[in-house]
Design a protein around this ligand. Structure first.
Ligand SMILES: NC(=O)c1ccc[n+]([C@@H]2O[C@H](COP(=O)([O-])OP(=O)(O)OC[C@H]3O[C@@H](n4cnc5c(N)ncnc54)[C@H](O)[C@@H]3O)[C@@H](O)[C@H]2O)c1
Length: 313
């Protein structure tokens, strides 16, 4: 739906009535995070909770990371503060998530599901809509990163990488977007929903001392999908952007370093900022992209790499 055209006597001044904390709030929204049982997905689920959103995690892992119990505590806290109309920044002022919680709370659900299995994934989205009634945003963080020289790369493993990183992203976004088009827009919110895909700097350049041909191809696909869907879904008021991290310390990179310790040095020396990224470096960007703070932003890629996408010194 197009807004009324601006003329000289009616320049909109919404900036006077909308403060930036409200723009960044995810309150009342339902956000899906694939690959949220650990790593970047889990960290971004904390960011969503801290911004007031409800969360449905989809992951194939049999058990989530131990910090998932802290996420449950964080969600309990959000639920309580919202129920008594207290401000969320106050809830997290001390950054104390309380004691780890094993109780299911209303604003967090974990689903064991595989993003490559369309039938099962489709049932999972039905479960999410049954639990929460809607889907307002999705972060696609499920992914793997095999490392093997191109000439000896095993075809079955190449296929699996593309299935998880690219097709799994495609299926998840398609199911989320289909739901967004079916539901009424939340009162006071801009647009029908926001998609945030996790691509990678690997969509742009080779990584020093890593052999990740299919991974790079898979992330190039995610970047291309972002561009196409941003245009294609704009008429549905669904925004589509991606976050492309450089090296970020997670269980995935820790496992790589364990196998090949030299990679630890590379991760801390290649970025111009001379350190590996921390997952907290992605939290604000993810909330911004999911929220109305980025209401006029679609088809964009946010590169968070410590400067590495521009060059090396
Ligand atoms: N860590 C980095 O340096 C880095 C950099 C750029 C991009 N990325 C991307 O960010 C995403 C997350 O990476 P991470 O470092 O947190 O990895 P991670 O291995 O710590 O977490 C990935 C999660 O995805 C889940 N997953 C894997 N296959 C799945 C499937 N078929 N269905 C559902 N869930 C599945 C895993 O169980 C795991 O919980 C990946 O797409 C990765 O390519 C990571």
């Amino acid at each position: 739906m197009a807004s009324a055209p601006v003329n000289a006597s009616s320049v909109p001044d919404g900036y006077l009535s909308t403060n930036f904390m409200d723009l960044l709030s995810l309150s009342r929204t339902v956000q899906v995070v694939t690959g949220g049982a650990r790593g970047i997905g889990l960290a971004l689920a904390f960011a969503i909770a801290e911004a007031g959103g409800q969360i449905a995690i989809i992951d194939a892992a049999p058990e989530p990371h131990a910090n998932y119990a802290l996420l449950q505590s964080a969600c309990d806290k959000v639920e309580y503060y919202q129920s008594v109309s207290l401000s969320l920044p106050l809830a997290f002022a001390s950054l104390d998530y309380g004691t780890p919680s094993t109780d299911a709370c209303e604003c967090l659900r974990g689903h064991r599901s595989d993003v490559t299995d369309h039938g099962r994934l489709s049932n999972t989205f039905e479960d999410i809509v049954r639990d929460f009634g809607r889907v307002d945003g999705i972060i696609t963080a499920a992914g793997i990163c095999p490392d093997q020289p191109f000439l000896s790369r095993d075809p079955a493993s190449v296929k699996r990488c593309l299935e998880i990183n690219t097709l799994g992203t495609y299926y998840s976004v398609q199911l989320a977007a289909a739901q967004m088009t079916k539901q009424p827009t939340l009162p006071g919110r801009a647009g029908a929903g926001s998609v945030v895909m996790i691509a990678s700097i690997a969509a742009h350049q080779a990584s020093k001392d890593q052999h990740t041909s299919d991974y790079c191809m898979s992330k190039g696909g995610v970047l291309a999908l972002t561009k196409q869907l941003g245009v294609e879904l704009a008429s549905h008021q669904i925004r589509v952007n991606c976050l492309s991290p450089g090296y970020i310390a997670t269980d995935m990179t820790a496992e790589l370093i364990e196998k090949r310790p030299l990679l630890g040095e590379i991760f801390n020396s290649e970025p111009p900022m001379k350190r590996i990224g921390d997952r907290k470096d992605l939290k604000a960007a993810a909330v911004f992209l999911l929220s109305d703070g980025s209401a006029y932003m679609t088809d964009a890629e946010m590169l968070i790499t410590g400067g590495m996408h521009a060059g090396r010194i």
